[in-house]
Design a protein around this ligand. Structure first.
Ligand SMILES: NC(=O)c1ccc[n+]([C@@H]2O[C@H](COP(=O)([O-])OP(=O)(O)OC[C@H]3O[C@@H](n4cnc5c(N)ncnc54)[C@H](OP(=O)(O)O)[C@@H]3O)[C@@H](O)[C@H]2O)c1
Length: 388
């Protein structure tokens, strides 16, 4: 029996994870759950999975949750302290990190500091603080299992191989909803169009990141830290069918790809049960019906966020944390319709131009870089809004 803590249980990854847990009650026990706004869904999850602890960031919502489950023997915590307490729960075997954005960093670090293995969906953790997180995980013997489908694919393609014999990693990208759009259409794209991802149903923030291709930029940084691979050895290829989830190229020219239907349950289940595979109730991938698979180079001109992220990784230090902060602010402004789609990259670039990079020595440096990055990005986004 594996004891799980699920950070971000009310989100897209969280719900898929609980579906797997529900299908395998003899394998997994849920010790703790966390959510944010969706207190009703969290209350239902408490009833269904009987965790000992739950937490939400806000004290008032924690009280609402207590009132929704008065008959349950569950402790309801609030604030960052509460999230950290769930992550660090002593009996946990694996902590699933599926909060969205920078908010996932501190709870994930708390899990690592408690010595718990982590199934990591929250890529922003490694983008903002990759050096810190991976060095603490190494020092404490903690394993980080990737949940992101691309990184899970690479992790799977590395099994039984020698990492020293890897020539490069190839991350695939669907291209998002605007893959075929003109620069003018992209510039004016609405939140509704950007949220209409052709292949994956995900939370709003990661869906917008997919449309700008920042998601692939974040994933290049994530791959750098997870697999200790330099930026120039991490390629990106557009693959609109989204069935080749990523590939590893070895020194002899062999290319090992992991394929499957685009469903996050596959990488989640692999991270939950590694090294075993769980039988999942999904349709098989039928390559004959699919007919052909295509691959193309990304277009930096229409989607500049990928090269912004690559440059941030090359610069290192606090730069990726500031880029991540600016991206989170810009995406929120776009969803609130205060800036245009094409201005997301402009806000990020302008924020980075105003940042004086420094080395990341500790968590406080990262938190401060994030705070300042958000402040600058909000100011830049507000100026754009006023200019419209
Ligand atoms: N969805 C995918 O297919 C997918 C694939 C690969 C990687 N990922 C990564 O996995 C992470 C989660 O993505 P998602 O699509 O599952 O996102 P999502 O559907 O938006 O869910 C996010 C979860 O985090 C909680 N949350 C949001 N802000 C929070 C905060 N400030 N403090 C504490 N909890 C907070 C949400 O609570 P409420 O819902 O209660 O507000 C929800 O439980 C992201 O880092 C994303 O990039 C997702």
């Amino acid at each position: 029996m594996k004891n799980l803590v699920l950070l971000g249980s009310t989100g897209s990854i969280g719900v898929s994870t609980l579906e797997i847990v529900a299908a395998y009650p003899e394998r997994f026990r849920v010790l703790a759950l966390t959510g944010n706004y969706n207190v009703d869904a969290l209350a239902q999850q408490v009833r269904r999975f009987s965790p000992r602890l739950v937490a939400v960031p806000d004290a008032a919502r924690a009280q609402v949750l207590r009132e929704l489950v008065p008959d349950r023997n569950v402790e309801v915590l609030s604030g960052l302290q509460g999230l950290r307490a769930c992550a660090a729960l002593a009996e946990a075997d694996l902590v699933v990190s599926a909060i969205t954005g920078f908010a996932g960093l501190e709870p994930t670090l708390a899990a690592i500091e408690a010595g718990h293995d982590v199934a990591l969906a929250n890529k922003e953790t490694l983008v903002a603080a990759g050096a810190l997180v991976t060095s603490r995980a190494r020092a404490l013997g903690v394993r980080i299992y990737p949940v992101d489908s691309e990184h899970s694919a690479i992790f799977q393609a590395l099994q039984g191989q020698r990492e020293a014999q890897v020539r490069r990693l190839i991350l695939t990208a669907s291209g998002g909803p605007f893959y075929q759009s003109s620069p003018e259409e992209i510039e004016r794209a609405t939140p509704e169009a950007a949220l209409n991802h052709p292949r994956w149903r995900m939370g709003k923030k990661v869906t917008i990141d997919s449309a700008t291709m920042m998601n692939k930029g974040l994933e290049v940084i994530e791959a750098h830290w997870l697999f200790d691979m330099p930026e120039e050895k991490i390629a990106v290829q557009i693959h609109p069918q989204s069935v080749v989830h990523s590939m590893v190229e070895y020194v002899d020219g062999a290319l090992i790809a992991q394929m499957g239907v685009p469903d996050m349950k596959i990488p989640i289940a692999y991270a939950l049960a590694f090294p075993e595979r769980l039988a999942l109730d999904l349709p098989p991938l039928d390559l004959c019906t699919l007919g052909s698979l295509t691959f193309a180079a990304p277009d930096d001109r229409r989607f500049p966020c990928l090269s912004i992220a690559r440059e941030a990784l090359r610069q290192g230090g606090t730069v990726p944390a500031v880029m991540n902060a600016a991206n989170e602010v810009a995406v929120a402004c776009f969803l609130n319709k205060t800036i245009q789609f094409g201005q997301i990259a402009e806000v990020i670039r302008a924020t980075l131009e105003q940042h004086s990079p420094s080395a990341v020595t500790d968590l406080e440096t990262v938190i401060e870089a994030d705070r300042k990055g958000r402040q600058t990005a909000r100011r830049i986004a507000a100026a754009k809004e006023n200019a419209q």
